[in-house]
Write a protein that binds this ligand. Structure first.
Ligand code: NI
Length: 162
């Protein structure tokens, strides 16, 4: 496993639609392992494949600080969304910045896991926010498109980022 280079906003790969994964391969297994390593190394709570330059519909999320809540989502889709929450969001592809974004309070995500089995995951609060943020990346969208008001500088640039 290895740490990959995180692409920064302005890189064209971050504004493209990802391709769905149709079969698990050794290359994709390595990619997923590297994405997890890269996310934890950068102290992020999520990372999408385009952020490491790969246009495949894969993202990883872990909002815990002890690696106990790891999700690997392949071809994820939000199939239900309810309520709303407004809060601060950041992104590893835009270090040192954060902004206020409104997201659903609750989502149901359908995806494939690493064994290519269909899974359905319910999420609330920060986990719902993280899933929405990462799934947006898979469709070429950055959170800055949804920011209410100004983007702000964060002093804790390496923390709380997705
Ligand atoms: Ni992001």
């Amino acid at each position: 496993m290895a740490i990959r280079n995180i692409r920064i906003m302005g890189d064209p790969v971050l504004s493209k639609e990802c391709k769905k994964v149709t079969q698990m391969t050794e290359r994709i297994q390595i990619l997923i392992g590297d994405m997890l390593d890269t996310m934890y190394d950068a102290q992020g709570v999520g990372l999408a494949a385009p952020q490491v330059g790969i246009l495949k519909s894969i993202c990883v999320v872990d909002i815990t600080d002890d690696k106990s809540g790891q999700y690997v989502l392949i071809n994820p889709e939000i199939i239900e969304a309810d309520g709303s929450q407004t809060g601060e969001e950041g992104c590893l592809s835009l270090p040192g910045k954060q902004g206020t974004v409104t997201r659903p309070q609750h989502v149901v995500v359908k995806a494939l896991n690493e064994k290519m089995e269909e899974v359905t995951i319910e999420a609330d609060d920060l986990l719902a926010r993280a899933f929405c943020h990462e799934i947006d990346h898979l469709h070429g969208h950055m959170y800055v498109e949804k920011v209410e008001g100004e983007l702000k500088d964060t002093e804790r640039a390496q923390e709380d980022e997705e």
